[in-house]
Design a protein around this ligand. Sequence first.
Ligand SMILES: *[C@@H]1O[C@H](CO)[C@@H](O)[C@H](O)[C@H]1NC(C)=O
Ligand SMILES: *[C@@H]1O[C@H](CO)[C@@H](O)[C@H](O)[C@H]1NC(C)=O
Ligand SMILES: *[C@@H]1O[C@H](CO)[C@@H](O)[C@H](O)[C@H]1NC(C)=O
Ligand SMILES: *[C@@H]1O[C@H](CO)[C@@H](O)[C@H](O)[C@H]1NC(C)=O
Length: 168
Amino acid sequence: MKFLGLLMALFCAMIMVMIPQVSAKRYLVGSKMGWASNVNYTVWAQDKHFYVGDWLFFVYDRNQNDVLEVNKTNYESCDTEHPLANWTTGAGRDVVPLNTTRHRYFVSGKGFCYGGMKVSIRVEKPPPPPKAAPVTSDAPRTSYRSQYVLPLAFAIGAVWDSFLRVLG
Ligand SMILES: *[C@@H]1O[C@H](CO)[C@@H](O)[C@H](O)[C@H]1NC(C)=O
Ligand SMILES: *[C@@H]1O[C@H](CO)[C@@H](O)[C@H](O)[C@H]1NC(C)=O
Ligand SMILES: *[C@@H]1O[C@H](CO)[C@@H](O)[C@H](O)[C@H]1NC(C)=O
Ligand SMILES: *[C@@H]1O[C@H](CO)[C@@H](O)[C@H](O)[C@H]1NC(C)=O
C-alpha cells in the first residue's frame, strides 16, 4: 500500500513537470530588427516589463558590433572606455541574464551609440504568482510553481497512503 501512495505522488509530480513553465522570458532586443544602428530602443523598451530571471538576447552582425554594459553617466555620454561588463562573445548572439532589480544600460562600443544604438531598461521584481490558477493558457506569467506543487503532490500521496492503510 505504501507503494500506491508513492505511485500517486510520482504521478502528481509528473503532471507538474508537464505543465509548461513560462515564468521567465527572453527578450530579443529590437525585436525583428535586432541590435542595429537604425532602431529606437527607447520605443522598443517602453511597453515592456523586465523581471528578475528574464534575459536580454542581442542578435547582430558580429563583424560590426558588440554589446557593452555601462553605467548611467556613460550611457548618456556614450563613453565606452570603462564598461561595467563586456557581453560580447564574438558570435553576434549574446545573452544577458537580468538577475538583479536595477537599471541596466547597454551600448554599442563601435561608435553607433552616438546615433542612438543604446538601450536602458529597468529590471523589476517578478509579480507574485496568481492565487487561483486561471484556465486561460495565453496569460504569459501564470504557472504552477514547483515549490508549491511538489510538496502538495507528496502530501496527497501521504494522505492517500494512510487512507489505504486504514481500509486495509
Ligand atoms: C560611471 O562611471 C564613471 C567612470 O567610468 C564615473 O565617473 C561616474 O561617476 C559613474 N556614474 C555613475 C552614475 O555611477
Ligand atoms: C569584448 O570582448 C570581446 C570578446 O572577448 C573582445 O573581442 C572585445 O575586444 C571586448 N571589447 C571591449 C571593449 O573590451
Ligand atoms: C548576476 O549575473 C552576473 C553575471 O552572470 C554574476 O556575475 C552575478 O554574480 C549575478 N548576481 C546575482 C545576484 O546573482
Ligand atoms: C526615440 O523615440 C522617442 C519617442 O518617440 C524620442 O523621444 C527619441 O528622441 C527617439 N530617440 C532617438 C535616438 O531617435
